[in-house]
Design a protein. Structure first.
Length: 342
């Protein structure tokens, strides 16, 4: 282990942690966030830092983090290379909201006393904007304008221990599968969590071996990043014709980790798929509840052409600081490199 110490600012967004490393103690080479992610994956030093901060005993199974790096160009305020226990994801929606709030709290961006302050963040999958609603020089709430997202596949059947799952696939900064687990007799709740993890991992593994796991134009974005498992709760229609689609959802990662938040990338994927299925229109909202009972709303702000029809999802959230720390390495510690307990 070459790193002897690392400073972090810990936040959570909807219950999901984000460990922000504003001054990484090892170099992350590259000119863009995408290039820096690629070099992080290839670098034993950066990967060792990831493990130091996300593996036990310093981290936990659901730990996520972000290395703050320079932006791709002057059009953004900062860049980010995200990390999790199992690697370096190309996107992290809850992380973008936490980074935006951190940037305001730390003075990285000038906060408007009242109104909206935009924090532009270059990520490996593109530029996102975290919009902070400010009142009395404090951040009261936030929303994230995600990268253009699009539906990729429909009615992909996977056999699970609970029956045949019918999945959709979408790209929302990373490739995500989605499945209505109500059709498997499961509910999105803590009591069914072990079963949901089993279903999610099966979907990721099986669909990951198919062409559905390939990004249409960028091989660096190949692979199924997560499974969004949802349960429909009906919809509410307003007198003027708009709809609020109610769902409860949980996101499962390939390593079996469970997102405690609603999951920004998962919400963006749901928006892309529901729009393609003509279940969500421009004035409609998806109201999503997480497995721990936190709620977020999502919609799309525009349609764009990204080699295919895409939407720009926008989802709400808020982040809160948990603390700050300097993690150190005792060279005599037999567990200095950390460990992963399944």
């Amino acid at each position: 282990m070459t790193v002897t110490s690392a400073r972090s600012f810990d936040y959570h967004c909807g219950g999901q942690a984000l460990r922000i490393v504003d001054d990484p103690p090892v170099a992350i080479a590259g000119q863009t966030a995408a290039e820096r992610r690629a070099s992080a994956i290839a670098s034993p030093q950066v990967d060792g830092l990831r493990k130091l901060l996300s593996w036990e005993p310093r981290g936990l199974a659901a730990m996520c983090g972000a290395f703050v790096v320079p932006p791709d160009n002057s059009g953004a305020d900062l860049g980010a290379v995200f990390f999790r226990r199992d690697g370096f994801p190309s996107a992290c929606g809850h992380g973008a909201i936490a980074l935006g709030v951190w940037a305001a709290n730390s003075g990285q961006v000038a906060l408007r006393p009242d109104g909206w302050t935009d924090v532009r963040i270059d990520t490996p999958s593109g530029r996102v904007v975290t919009r902070l609603a400010c009142e009395d020089q404090r951040v009261r709430s936030a929303e994230c304008v995600a990268v253009p997202s699009y539906h990729l596949a429909e009615d992909v059947v996977v056999k699970t221990d609970f029956g045949e799952a019918v999945a959709s696939v979408a790209y929302a900064g990373e490739i995500v599968v989605q499945c209505d687990v109500g059709r498997l007799g499961l509910g999105v709740g803590v009591e069914d969590l072990p079963k949901l993890v089993a279903v999610g991992r099966r979907l990721i593994a099986d669909i990951g071996r198919t062409g559905h796991a390939q990004h249409p134009s960028d091989r660096r974005l190949d692979g199924i990043a997560a499974a969004v498992l949802y349960e429909d709760r009906g919809q509410v229609e307003s007198p003027w014709g708009t709809r609020r689609l109610m769902q409860r959802l949980v996101t499962v990662y390939a390593d079996g980790g469970v997102d405690r938040s609603v999951c920004g990338s998962g919400l963006a994927a749901r928006v892309a798929t529901l729009t393609a299925q003509r279940k969500l229109d421009s004035y409609d909202e998806l109201v999503a509840e997480s497995v721990i009972g936190q709620t977020s709303t999502a919609r799309f702000s525009a349609t764009v052409a990204e080699g295919r029809s895409a939407v720009v999802p926008v989802f709400t959230g808020m982040a809160h600081q948990l603390g700050k720390a300097t993690f150190t390495v005792d060279p005599a510690d037999p567990l200095a490199d950390g460990f992963w307990l399944g």
